[in-house]
Design a protein around this ligand. Structure first.
Ligand code: GMT
Length: 378
C-alpha cells in the first residue's frame, strides 16, 4: 500500500511511534511517505520505499502565527495526488487530524477519496485537546476520521470523558518496541564509563516538561543514594531543565548525576541502567517505560493513565501515587537492594516488553489500513 504518515518530528513519544511504525511498514514492502515540518528524529534510514516530504510555512509579516495547518493540508493534498496514497495515518490529533480532514475535503472535489486514521497519543486529549479553545474542533475531526485508535484503554476512556461530543468507536492499538533494538552486547564496558562496579544506575528519559515531574526523579534518587551507592543518568532536555539543576544543587546530588541531553536512540544507554524512574503526572502509555523494559530495566512509575497497562506491580516494576516520592524511594530500594530480586525484576521487565513486540502490533495497523481502504472502495 501507499501510506502517508503525519507526525511531529521532535523528541516525543508520538513522533517516535509514528517513525518506528513507518520504518517497519516499509520493511514489509509498503511505500511510506512521512509528512512533517522537519525530518523526524528517528528517521535515520532511507530505503527505496521510505520518503520524507517537508512542510514549509511562509512567514508573511502579517502572521503572528504562521498557518501551519493550511500548509500541512496543502502538502497532504500534493503528496496524496502525486504518490497515489491509499491511506493517511495522522499521529496526534492537534492539529494533524484537522489538516487531514481539510485535505480529504479538497481531494473529494477532485473525486479522490483519501481515508484517514487518527491515532490519539495522550496530551492531544488529556492536556491540549480538551482545552476549550480546541475541544469542538478536535471532537469534530475525531468523529470525521475514517478510523480512530488510541494507544491505551485508559486514553480511550479519557477521550470519552473529556470529549462529550465524541460518540464513535475508538480502537486500542498499544505502542510497540522492536526488542532487538535494545540489546547491546558491550553494555558492561559502557556502564563502567558512568558508574563504579558497586554503584546502581537509575535512569530517566523524557522531554522535561512539567507533566513528567522530573523533580520527583531527583527526590527518589536522593532517597536511594542515601542508602546505597548509586548514580542517576538523565536523558533529554526541555523547559524544566533549570528547575531540575536548581534542585540538584539544593539536594547536593549534582556530582552523582549525569545529564546526557537529547539522545535520539536511547537504547544503548537504557541497557546500562538498573532502574528506570517515570513519576509522571499523567501518561497515556509511557513509551519510555516500555523501552526501558525492553532493555531489561525494571520501572518505578506512577499509577496514572495507561502506565498500569504497561508496568505490572511487583512484576516488571512498582507503581506509586503521583507525587509520593517516599513510596517511590522505598520501592526503588526494595528492587535494588537484593541482587536476586533485581535479577528477577530485570528478567520480568524484558518478558513484559515482549507483549508489545512490533510483530504483534504491526498486523493490527495493516489490518486497519485495509479495512478503511475497503470501506472506501465499496
Ligand atoms: O509526553 C510525551 O513525552 C510526548 C507525547 C507525544 O505525543 O509525543 O507522548 C504521548 O504519546 C506517547 C506515545 O504514544 C506516550 O507514550 C506518552 O505516554 C504520551 N504522553 C503523555 O500522555 C503525557
Amino acid at each position: 500500500m501507499n501510506i502517508g504518515i503525519v507526525c511531529y518530528p521532535t523528541f516525543g513519544g508520538s513522533g517516535v511511534v509514528a517513525t518506528e511504525l513507518g520504518k517497519a511498514l516499509a520493511e514489509e514492502g509498503h511505500k511510506v511517505h512521512f509528512i512533517s515540518y522537519d525530518q523526524p528524529v528517528r528517521l535515520n534510514v532511507f530505503t527505496n520505499n521510505l520518503f520524507y516530504h517537508e512542510v514549509s510555512v511562509s512567514n508573511y509579516p502579517l502572521f503572528d502565527y504562521p498557518p501551519y495547518e493550511l500548509a500541512l493540508a496543502n502538502k497532504i493534498v500534493e503528496v496524496a495526488k502525486y504518490t497515489k496514497l491509499d491511506v493517511l495515518h495522522v499521529h496526534y490529533a492537534v492539529p494533524h487530524a484537522a489538516a487531514a480532514y481539510m485535505a480529504q475535503q479538497i481531494l473529494a472535489d477532485e473525486n479522490i477519496h483519501l481515508p484517514f486514521i487518527t491515532t490519539l497519543h495522550g496530551t492531544d486529549i488529556t492536556l491540549v485537546g480538551k482545552d476549550a479553545s480546541f475541544e469542538a474542533a478536535i471532537s469534530f475531526v475525531i468523529n470525521r476520521s475514517d478510523a480512530v485508535t488510541s494507544v491505551s484503554e485508559s486514553l480511550k476512556q479519557d477521550t470519552y470523558k473529556y470529549f462529550k461530543r465524541v460518540k464513535r468507536d475508538i480502537e486500542v492499538i498499544p505502542n510497540f518496541i522492536c526488542p532487538e533494538d535494545y540489546v547491546f552486547p558491550n553494555s558492561h564496558e559502557m556502564r563502567r564509563k558512568y558508574a563504579g562496579d558497586d554503584e546502581k544506575i537509575l535512569m530517566h528519559v523524557s522531554n522535561f516538561r512539567k507533566v513528567k515531574r522530573v523533580e520527583d526523579v531527583l527526590r527518589t534518587f536522593d532517597i536511594v543514594r542515601k542508602k546505597i551507592p548509586a548514580r542517576l543518568i538523565l536523558i533529554g532536555d526541555g523547559p524544566e531543565r533549570s528547575n531540575i539543576e536548581k534542585l540538584c544543587r539544593e539536594l547536593d546530588t549534582c556530582s552523582q548525576i549525569t545529564s546526557m541531553g537529547k539522545v535520539s536512540e536511547p537504547g544503548s544507554f537504557l541497557s546500562i541502567a538498573d532502574l528506570f524512574v517515570l513519576p509522571s503526572e499523567t501518561e497515556s502509555f509511557g513509551l519510555a517505560a516500555l523501552e526501558a523494559m525492553a532493555a531489561g530495566v525494571p520501572v518505578i512509575s506512577t499509577n496514572t493513565g495507561g502506565l498500569p497497562e504497561i508496568n505490572l506491580q511487583g512484576y516488571s516494576g512498582m507503581l506509586s501515587n503521583v507525587g509520593d516520592v517516599q513510596d517511590m524511594g522505598k520501592n526503588a530500594l526494595y528492587i535494588l537492594e537484593d541482587e536476586a530480586r533485581l535479577g528477577q525484576f530485570k528478567h520480568n521487565a524484558q518478558m513484559q516488553a515482549q507483549k508489545f513486540h512490533i510483530d504483534k502490533i504491526l498486523p493490527l495497523y495493516e489490518e486497519l489500513y485495509r479495512k478503511v481502504q475497503m470501506k472506501n472502495e465499496k
